[in-house]
Design a protein around this ligand. Structure first.
Ligand code: GUN
Length: 299
């Protein structure tokens, strides 16, 4: 029989990493632990989400975070301030939430209106309630390898990578994007797993050639379909953090159809990193509640 060489694929299509399955599993684990905390210790973790203004995308995120919080059995608190609210009003709210024993996690939805200094607001959150992991104390803890709260998006990416690949040590991870929210903490987490880590950004020279050396490629730049098929090392694991609204709907930073022909595994957009980010927010809230119980057992 004649072999059908002409139709044979050199590489099979990439496995699709289904973030929703990972997120459902993580949320189930969180819900079980929340139920145990309630039954054995009468403790119900609480998450406060603060929204300033009426940005439609932010409103959708805040509503879905509130729903997810209640679904795992936690208490959800939503605080909405007008787009014109002075910074002092937001800081006063944060001070109240910091002091509130029923609130274990605080998230201030970004971006904030232009008249508010975001760094001052993030710095005002108690680092031990900072479930976004954006406070400089948590960034510092991550940088030196101390336990702390880790930003949800990179944490979700890491959990999926470890499940996919097992031991990550020695792998070359290229992180495209250097934001404080994704790129930098992602690089720190991968370094913590003993990857060789390269952070690439808009000034990087010959980005395609660099990406072709990556065993793990993280795309977090916010440019629709920038990462092309011929930038990928055959068999690489590709994590697409991008969420870009285009005329054709939501697309990632990765040219999915081309890259899946070359990669070993890839996250889709939507349905990849996004669902895990919300699940990790719940996980961080649980961690914050457990950590406070360990510090203040008789509260
Ligand atoms: N806006 C978009 N993503 C995020 C996030 O992860 N946390 C907060 N606080 N705001 C966001």
């Amino acid at each position: 029989m004649r072999a059908e060489i002409s139709n044979a694929r050199v590489h099979p299509m990439a496995q699709i990493i289904d973030g929703k399955i990972y997120a459902d599993r993580l949320r189930e684990q969180v819900a079980e632990e929340v139920a145990r905390l309630k039954a054995e210790h009468g403790l119900q973790p609480g998450l406060a989400v603060v929204l300033v203004g009426e940005d439609p995308a932010s409103s959708v995120y805040v509503r879905s975070k509130g729903k997810a919080t209640v679904e795992v059995g936690m208490e959800g608190f939503q605080h909405r301030l007008s787009a014109e609210a002075p910074q002092e009003e937001l800081l006063a709210l944060i001070a109240r939430l910091n002091a509130d024993g029923g609130v274990h996690g605080i998230l201030v939805q970004l971006p904030l209106p232009a008249h508010i200094d975001s760094s001052a607001v993030l710095a005002a959150i108690d680092p031990d309630k900072d479930v976004d992991g954006f406070h400089i104390v948590n960034a510092g803890r991550l940088a030196v390898g101390l336990p702390g709260l880790v930003p949800c998006t990179p944490l979700g990416c890491l959990l999926m990578l470890k499940d996919q690949l097992g031991d990550l040590s020695g792998l070359h991870a290229v992180v495209v994007g250097r934001s404080n929210i994704v790129g930098k903490p992602m690089a720190q987490l991968l370094l913590g797993e003993s990857c060789t880590v390269t952070i690439a950004h808009s000034r990087t020279r010959d980005l395609p050639a660099l990406c072709r050396t990556a065993d793990i490629l993280i795309a977090a730049v916010g440019r629709p379909e920038m990462i092309r098929g011929d930038w990928i090392k055959p068999g690489a694991t590709v994590i697409d953090v991008g969420i870009n609204r285009t005329g054709d709907g939501l697309v990632g930073d990765v040219d999915f159809d081309a890259v899946r022909e070359v990669a070993g595994a890839i996250t889709p957009v939507p349905g990849g990193v996004g669902p895990m980010t919300t699940a990790c927010l719940l996980e961080n809230t649980l961690e914050a509640a457990l950590a406070r119980r360990a510090r203040v057992p008789l509260e």
